[in-house]
Design a protein around this ligand. Structure first.
Ligand code: ADP
Ligand code: MG
Length: 409
C-alpha cells in the first residue's frame, strides 16, 4: 500500500485531534458515530470540516447505516472508521513529534503483511520504517470463523498489527542487547517500527558467495545461538537474512614482522582488502519460545530452509547432520542461562499478547516468507520482498472497504 504523505503537511491541530478521536472510538466501535467523534475530540465548531478533510485524504472512511442501527437508521447514525492510511498518519505524526522521523523516502519492500520505507531522521540519517499490515491479505485464506474475522473489525487489524510491531521491536532490541546481528531498534509506534537501515541485499538475491561453507556454518551457529537464548526465529530463510559486505578486519602487523611480499604490496592490499560477508537477521513477528509446543517443528524448518537454499543456490551440502532441536535445547540445561523468551515477556510483549497474535496469524493464514521459498521457482525471482513482486493475492484497501461495507449493509 502506498504511503501518500502529502496531507501530513496541511493537517491542522484540530484535524489531528479528530483523527485521534476516530482511532480511539475504533477500539470499541466498528463504526464510530459522528457524535462520538465530536465528544471524544472535544471539538465544538469545525467538526464537520475536519471530518471532511480527513475523509478526502482517505484517512477515515464513511460507513453508512451501521449494522446496529439497521432498523432505526437515521442520518446521524452514519459514522466513520479509521483506514490503514489514517493509522499510518497517526504513527508517522508521532514519530515526527518524537523527532525519530523527519521525512519519508522510497518504498523498498512490500510483503504480504508489511510495507517497508526508507525514512530520514532530522539529522538526515537514513532509517527504515516498517509498517505492519496484518489482516491485509485476502480473507480467502481465513481458516477460522472466529467472530473478529467474520466481522473484520478494524479494532482487530489495528490491534494485531500493533502487536506484531511491539513484538518485532521488543525482540529486535533484546537480540541486539545480546550482540546478535540485527538492525538497530530505534522506535515503535502503533503498527510501525523504525530501525536502522542495513546497507545490504537479502541472501535471496545473491547468486554466488566465495565460501558457502563458512556462511552456512555462521547461519547454523546463529540458529543455535538464538536457541541458546530460548528463541526460535520461525522464519529463518534467504528472505530474512541480509548479507552485508564488510572489509575483513585489518591485521595489525608491525612493519618489521611483514613478509617481503607484504612489504612490497601494501598499496594493492589496500585496494583489495578481503571482503567478509556478515549475515544480518531481520523480520521477527513469528519468533517463538523454545518452550513453544511446536518448537521442534519451527526449529527444524528454520534449519532445513537454509540447508535447501544452500544446496540449490550454491550446490553446497554440509557433511554434518543437524543441528538438531535436542542439542539446541540442551544448551539451556544447567544454571545460569540468559532466557530472552522469558525476558521479553516481562519487557513489553506479554505471554497473553503472544498467544493472541499467534492465534490471529494462524487464523488469517500468516505463515512467513518461507512460503515463497516453497512456492516459487528457484533461481527465477531473486527479488522476493521487493517492490512490485508482491504476491498476487494482495488486495488493495478499496476492495477491502467494499467487503467491509457489505457487512454493514
Ligand atoms: P516482511 O515481514 O514483509 O517479510 P521484512 O522485515 O522481512 O518484512 O522486510 C522485507 C524486505 O525489506 C527485506 O527482505 C529487505 O529487503 C527489506 N528490509 C527490511 N528491513 C530492512 C532494514 N532494516 N534494512 C534494509 N532493508 C530492510
Ligand atoms: Mg521477511
Amino acid at each position: 500500500m502506498k504511503l501518500d504523505t502529502k496531507a501530513l503537511r496541511y493537517l491542522t491541530n484540530d484535524d489531528w485531534r479528530v483523527l485521534t478521536a476516530v482511532e480511539t472510538g475504533s477500539r470499541n466501535h466498528e463504526v464510530v458515530p459522528t457524535s462520538l467523534i465530536g465528544s471524544i475530540s472535544g471539538s465544538k465548531g469545525g467538526l464537520q470540516r475536519c471530518i471532511s478533510t480527513l475523509a478526502k485524504a482517505n484517512l477515515i472512511a464513511k460507513v453508512k447505516n451501521a449494522k446496529s442501527n439497521l432498523h432505526r437508521a437515521k442520518k446521524k447514525d452514519d459514522g466513520y472508521r479509521l483506514t490503514y492510511g489514517g493509522l499510518d498518519y497517526l504513527a508517522l505524526h508521532a514519530h515526527q513529534k518524537h523527532a525519530t522521523v523527519y521525512s519519508v523516502g522510497n518504498q523498498i519492500g512490500v510483503g504480504k503483511e508489511s510495507d517497508i520505507f526508507v525514512v530520514a531522521d532530522p539529522a538526515g540519517k537514513q532509517l527504515v520504517l516498517k509498517i505492519h499490515r496484518l489482516g491485509r491479505i485476502s480473507f480467502r485464506t481465513v481458516k477460522s470463523n472466529r467472530d473478529y474475522l467474520r466481522k473484520r473489525s478494524s479494532g482487530s487489524w489495528m490491534y494485531m498489527s500493533r502487536l506484531a510491531a511491539v513484538k518485532e521491536f521488543t525482540f529486535m532490541k533484546a537480540l541486539a542487547g545480546q550482540g546478535l546481528p540485527v538492525p538497530e531498534a530505534v522506535a515503535q509506534n502503533r503498527h510501525t517500527i523504525v530501525m536502522g537501515l542495513v546497507d545490504a541485499f537479502p541472501l535471496r538475491q545473491i547468486s554466488e558467495v566465495p565460501d558457502p561453507a563458512r556462511l552456512y556454518a555462521e547461519l547454523m551457529e546463529m540458529i543455535l545461538r538464538l536457541a541458546g537464548l530460548g528463541l526460535i526465529h520461525g522464519d529463518f530463510n534467504e528472505f530474512n537474512i541480509l548479507i552485508k559486505e564488510e572489509k575483513e578486519e585489518e591485521r595489525e602487523v608491525p612493519a618489521a614482522d611483514r613478509t617481503d611480499a607484504e612489504q612490497q604490496q601494501p598499496q594493492q592490499q589496500q585496494q583489495n582488502p578481503p571482503i567478509k560477508l556478515v549475515p544480518i537477521l531481520i523480520d521477527f513477528p513469528q519468533m517463538v519460545s523454545i518452550d513453544h509446543p511446536n518448537a521442534d517443528f519451527y526449529f527444524d524448518r528454520d534449519v532445513s530452509c537454509i540447508k535447501r537454499f544452500f544446496e540449490r543456490r550454491f550446490h553446497f551440502r554440509s557433511d554434518e547432520p543437524g543441528p538438531h532441536f535436542a542439542e539446541a535445547k540442551a544448551q539451556l540445561r544447567g544454571g545460569d542461562v540468559k532466557r530472552l523468551d522469558v525476558e521479553v515477556e516481562a519487557s513489553g510483549f506479554s505471554r497473553k499478547m503472544a498467544r493472541e497474535l499467534e492465534a490471529y496469524m494462524q487464523d488469517v493464514g500468516v505463515d512467513g516468507d518461507h512460503q515463497d521459498v516453497t512456492n516459487e521457482e528457484e533461481e527465477g525471482g531473486g527479488g522476493g520482498g521487493s517492490v512490485g513482486s508482491g504476491p498476487e493475492e494482495l488486495e488493495d484497501e478499496d476492495e477491502d472497504e467494499d467487503a467491509l461495507d457489505k457487512t454493514h449493509s
